[in-house]
Design a protein around this ligand. Structure first.
Ligand code: IVH
Length: 682
């Protein structure tokens, strides 16, 4: 190849690398992609081809070189240019007030009153700290925190994280720069990773924090590259050169200009009142953030003041972590019991030594099902990690095997139902064991009626679990149909039920009679028929008679219904007892208005485009998508100006941020239901 040709190749390589880098930056750091994936893939392929043809021009910072070779032996120790400090903790408001008072006293020396302190407040990310070293704008070293002075060389792994720049952006690079940040695994990536691991029989990750730390310390960067890691940068270590900077807030902005991803939640706050306010607001959002945090950090904003305050025993006097209540704690398992649900499913439940976790005292935690119980091998007497995050049911995450007492036995499935003594069966290959007692089993009756009355089913106000238990115990209710025979005089015989409450309950039961076919079907509690499937069945069949007579083939015409659910629907209606209950329910006046126009195939959402994000309560995202499509809408994966709305469930992703940025409306699950019912505005 001639010199001119070589030059041409080198130029094209440089151009491709710059282009890909800026697309990576837009995608991973700014969360605002500028080109479609197909275009990006084309550029990457072209770069790869050129490098394959001219390997002599491959550079270490080329985007193709993120996954390199594994170090031999073990991770090497490396000394940080400047020590990596840790943070003192404030666990209560008064500890925080003490911190602020100490800061003011130290800065006031000389008798000068200084008033309220300006802090930067940031989330305290729950992952693993890293130190990245750049020389002449290139990433040369990445290390774990270690003991603060010396960490381990994890350069090969840090390079695989797409949000870690291999080269700095912008200008005015310092000669040498250490950037500090927290590597974490976003919740969605963690859940998805574990789902896949369970499916393929691989090892699951315990929690996102351990997952991040463990991923960084792998020897083989190919393994790390498969872990969905992300990073936020929050500070600097050693700097040689660089622009003059006077506040911590400016540092964060400068880091962003250099191409580093910073946490968008940071904010300048003045005085301790605003700090507390920030802590409270962040605490409320904690479980909706796409990543885990365990508190907030306040840092004195002025770098000059930081220097005056200095550090004491490896922690700066100018910063403090204000923690949230821990979401994981250690406790001991007293017994393992089995709870019987509406469909007879037995759920193993650990009864625990009460422990304060996630802001409440927890004494029970779910073990989900027999497979989970076997996988975690939880035994009576074990010390376990329990986790309670937000409103989710507390769960046993892991057993500390080294603390297991002697002579324990694995927990086995009871042969008979703990509630009614009927046989318990667990079909081959299924994780779920069931009591065969049906409505003979008080537990199934209780849960069945509770489900029947629940919000998304018949929506009978005031009929909670305690009332249901009372009614069953008093022998007044033996099936859902009995609810409609209740009289107010009868109800006043029950404890804590005055004439007014009795009247209210009777009116609520009466009101529930006007419903929709979908709700009614859902309320029946047919296995496999969730709220979304019930709505589709209702739309498809239009009447109970049509549905009862439908064979497998007709049932499977409904999108959501496969052979298993079809068999369950048929089995339900074959049962005489169920048929009688349905007849009685209809005879007592349960009714629904016929949907307008459904026969004419009206599709109310024709022409609309939606994007779905987050987790919905009553249906999966897939079901939501299918139902929107059924109503004529288009559902796409990315938000653009052409999107009519983003519909966000719990823990939505970055799509909401993007929607807000470009002015696309964001709807919640209630609005989604309205849309699907055809009464929505959007
Ligand atoms: S600043 C100057 N900011 O918490 C003090 N740390 O105990 C250096 N962390 O090792 C830390 N989020 O892993 C700082 N916004 C944040 C942080 C944060 C998480 C971690 C970090 C550090 C530990 C301090």
């Amino acid at each position: 190849m001639g010199e001119a040709d070589s030059q041409q190749v080198v130029l094209e390589l440089a151009e491709l690398r710059n282009l890909i880098e800026s697309h990576d930056h837009a995608y991973y750091v700014l969360d605002d992609p500028v080109v479609p994936d197909a275009e990006y893939d084309r550029l990457m392929r072209r770069l790869q081809d050129l490098e394959d043809a001219h390997p002599q021009f491959i550079t270490a910072d080329s985007p193709t070189q993120r996954v390199g070779v594994a170090p031999t032996g073990e991770l090497a120790d490396v000394r940080h240019g400047a020590p990596m400090l840790s943070l003192s903790n404030a666990l209560s408001e008064s500890e925080l007030l003490d911190f602020d008072r100490r800061v003011r006293e130290r800065l006031e020396s000389g008798g000068l009153e200084i008033g309220e302190i300006e802090y930067v407040a940031e989330p305290k990310l729950d992952g693993a700290a890293v130190n990245l070293r750049y020389e002449q704008g290139r990433l040369v070293l990445a290390a774990t925190r270690g003991d603060g002075q010396t960490g381990e060389d994890i350069t090969h792994n840090a390079r695989t994280i797409p949000a870690v720049p291999l080269r700095l952006r912008g200008e005015q690079w310092p000669e040498a720069l250490e950037v500090r940040g927290e590597v974490f695994m976003p919740r969605a990536g963690f859940d998805e990773y574990n789902r896949r691991a369970l499916e393929t029989g691989g090892k699951t990750l315990v929690n996102p924090r351990n997952a991040a730390a463990g991923s960084l310390r792998q020897l083989d960067p190919k393994l790390t590259a498969q872990r969905p890691l992300d990073v936020f940068f929050y500070g600097v270590g050693e700097i040689q050169g660089g622009p003059p900077i006077v506040t911590h807030g400016d540092t964060l902005e400068w880091l962003r200009e250099l191409g580093f991803k910073t946490c968008p939640q940071w904010q300048v706050v003045t005085g301790i009142g605003e700090c507390l306010n920030y802590h409270e607001r962040t605490g409320e959002k904690r479980n909706e953030l796409p990543y885990e945090i365990d508190g907030v950090v306040y840092k004195v904003n002025s770098l000059q003041d930081q220097a005056i305050l200095g550090t004491v025993s490896r922690a700066p006097r100018w910063a403090i972590a204000h923690k949230f209540p821990a979401q994981e704690e250690l406790t001991v398992v007293r017994t393992v019991e089995f709870q019987v649900g509406r469909t007879g499913a037995l759920t193993p439940l650990a009864r625990l030594e009460p422990v304060f976790v996630g802001g409440v005292t927890v004494s029970n935690a779910t073990l989900h099902n027999m497979d989970e119980l076997a996988r975690k091998d939880v035994r009576v007497g074990d010390t376990v990690i329990v986790r309670r995050a937000g409103d989710v049911i507390p769960e046993v995450v892991k057993v500390l095997h080294e603390r297991r007492p002697e002579e324990t036995r694995p927990v086995s499935l009871p042969e008979s139902c703990p509630e009614c003594g009927s046989e318990v069966v667990r079909p081959e290959g299924e994780a779920i064991a069931r009591c065969v007692g049906g409505l003979v089993c008080t537990a199934q009756l209780r849960e069945g009626i509770r489900h029947f009355a629940s919000r998304l089913a018949m929506d009978i106000e005031g009929l909670g679990i305690q009332r249901v238990e009372q009614l069953i115990e008093a022998g007044m209710v033996k099936s859902p149909a009995d609810l409609f025979d209740l009289r107010a005089e009868q109800l006043t015989e029950l404890e804590r039920m005055g004439p007014k409450s009795a009247d209210n309950l009777i009116s609520a039961i009466d009101r529930s009679k006007t419903t929709t076919f979908g709700r009614f079907l859902y309320a029946l509690g047919i296995r496999g028929v969730g709220e979304a499937t019930a709505a589709m069945l209702a739309a498809h069949f239009g009447s109970v008679d049509e549905l009862v007579d439908a064979d497998d083939e007709r049932l499977q015409e409904v999108d959501d219904v496969g052979p298993v659910v079809a068999a369950q629907i048929r089995a339900f209606f074959r049962e005489q007892h169920n048929r009688r209950i349905v007849e009685r329910l209809l005879a007592c006046g349960i009714d629904w208005p016929q949907p307008r126009d459904s026969a004419a195939g009206r599709k109310p959402l024709t022409g609309k485009t939606y994007v779905l994000t987050g987790k919905f309560e009553g249906m999966t995202r897939q079901q939501a998508k299918e139902r929107l499509v059924e109503s004529g809408a288009k559902v796409t994966g990315s938000v653009s100006k052409a999107t009519d709305a983003v519909i966000a469930g719990e823990r939505p992703g970055s799509k909401v941020t993007r929607a807000e940025k470009i002015g696309v409306p964001v709807l919640d699950e209630v609005s989604l239901r309205n849309l699907l019912r055809g009464s929505g505005e959007s």
